[in-house]
Design a binder for this molecule. Structure first.
Ligand SMILES: Cc1cc2nc3c(=O)[nH]c(=O)nc-3n(C[C@H](O)[C@H](O)[C@H](O)COP(=O)(O)OP(=O)(O)OC[C@H]3O[C@@H](n4cnc5c(N)ncnc54)[C@H](O)[C@@H]3O)c2cc1C
Length: 398
């Protein structure tokens, strides 16, 4: 009997975990199925680029996983039963149930409207490809001088505002931030950000707590109205509700609570990675929803699963941050170097060099998905036959 590993979600982290597992475990012993709703890899980190009309390189999973031993299942996950160890999916042929021995949950996240009135009706999002394409279509219909207001002064908001302002200098672009512009960055980083925003003519509304979105404006807690023919909502991400509907231990927001090996603290045969996981990082702070921490988390999960199945040594590599890479349009960027627990240090790269650096990071992330174990020796270890249940002691055969 093969050990059945199902990976849910082929975004940055699920795809990496599936590829790495395939490289780690012997094909005769393990069947790895990667379930994803869409047939191609979506570079979420480029959704602001897609929104302003740039086309992204097609990356079909059928090519990326050809010959790897990972079986692709193109279907939408509708539910998980962690007691029966089944996943409910639907595709063009109807509903189906898949059985697993080990589950890797990597369904990512979507936008977070935070219940602000009017967002669902009037705001646009760039956390997903359909959202970015809708915004692209809407921006295409805007006439010169019309206003676009980006709500959210985090990394995604900064990238969205600058990308739109650069691509459409005829529009009146604004950013509404809760605090000061880039207030978590180093003085050099903040200074550069302000310079680029000024150069691109972006109006910045600081200390703006947006509490409502209407068809032509957003309103703030202190009673201001900011014009917005188009509102782009970027105030963080929210996980899909599937995990919350299971018996898994989840946070109030629905992220699966995992240990340092990305294993569920309540169900040892379930692992979670990426945006869907709640894992403690350096400084006892939860890992930020990002590829920066999601990618090493995916390596960690795959290595831990392989180690537990084969009796190998458990990985113990602390996940740490090095930098925050921010694109500011195509010609400008900001690389803010950070401490292990993601706090800005003095050093920052700016300007065109930073734009090139960021582009290389994005390319590298997509390339890493397609080649999850480059430079690593293939060690397809045999799974211990005496393994009874996930999490039980196993005998090493390799
Ligand atoms: C515009 C933008 C810019 C960003 N820039 C950066 C950056 O510069 N650096 C950084 O570190 N992070 C960045 N991020 C964050 C980063 O993209 C996410 O943290 C990362 O994608 C999370 O990876 P993931 O694998 O958890 O989820 P995802 O990459 O979202 O993948 C989830 C996968 O699951 C699939 N899926 C979801 N629901 C279902 C379902 N029900 N059934 C089947 N399949 C399903 C999706 O189709 C997708 O393939 C950015 C995000 C955005 C939106």
């Amino acid at each position: 009997m093969q050990h059945r590993v199902i990976v849910l979600g082929a975004g940055y982290t699920g795809a990496i975990a599936a590829g790495r597992l395939a490289k780690r475990l012997h094909r005769e012993d393990v069947a790895i199925t990667l379930v994803n709703a869409e047939p191609d890899f979506v570079e979420r980190v480029r959704m602001h680029q897609l929104a302003v009309g740039r086309d992204l390189k097609p990356r079909p999973f059928s090519e990326m996983f050809a010959g790897t031993g990972v079986e692709l299942k193109l279907a939408k996950v509708t539910g998980v039963d962690v007691d029966r160890r089944t996943v409910a999916v639907t595709d063009g042929n109807g509903a189906e149930e898949l059985e697993y021995d080990t589950l890797v949950y990597a369904l990512g996240s979507g936008w977070n409207a935070q219940g602000v009135p009017g967002t669902a009706e009037h705001a646009h999002e760039i956390a997903s490809r359909p959202g970015a394409l809708r915004l692209r279509e809407r921006l295409g219909r805007l006439e010169a001088g019309q206003t676009v207001t980006v709500v959210g002064g985090g990394l995604t908001g900064l990238e969205a505002a600058t990308e739109i302002a650069e691509a459409r200098p005829d529009l009146d672009v604004a950013l509404a931030a809760r605090g000061d512009l880039g207030d978590w960055l180093s003085p050099k980083g903040r200074g550069h950000l302000r310079k680029v925003f000024d150069k691109l003519g972006i109006t910045v509304h600081e200390h703006a707590d947006v509490t409502g979105v209407e068809a032509d404006r957003v309103t703030t807690a202190d009673g201001k109205a900011i014009p917005a023919a188009v509102t782009v909502w970027t105030t963080g991400f929210a996980v899909h509700p599937i995990a919350k509907a299971t018996a898994l231990e989840v946070t109030g927001a629905g992220q699966i609570v995992v240990d340092g090996t990305m294993r569920s603290v309540s169900h040892p045969d379930v692992y979670a990675v990426g945006d869907a996981a709640y894992a403690m990082g350096p400084g006892d702070k939860p890992l930020r929803m990002s590829c920066a921490s999601g990618t090493p988390a995916a390596w960690q999960a795959a290595d831990a699963i392989a180690a537990r199945l084969t009796g190998g040594k458990l990985p113990n590599v602390p996940i740490r941050y090095f930098q925050q890479c921010i694109s500011l349009g195509r010609k400008e960027g900001l690389i803010q170097f950070v401490t292990a627990d993601d706090r800005a240090v003095r050093g920052a790269l700016t300007g065109q060099l930073a734009a090139v650096y960021k582009e290389l990071i994005c390319k590298g992330a997509a390339w890493g998905v397609a080649h999850p174990t480059l430079g690593m020796p293939t060690r397809r270890r045999r799974v211990a036959r005496e393994r009874a249940t996930a999490g039980s002691a196993v005998k090493t055969l390799a």
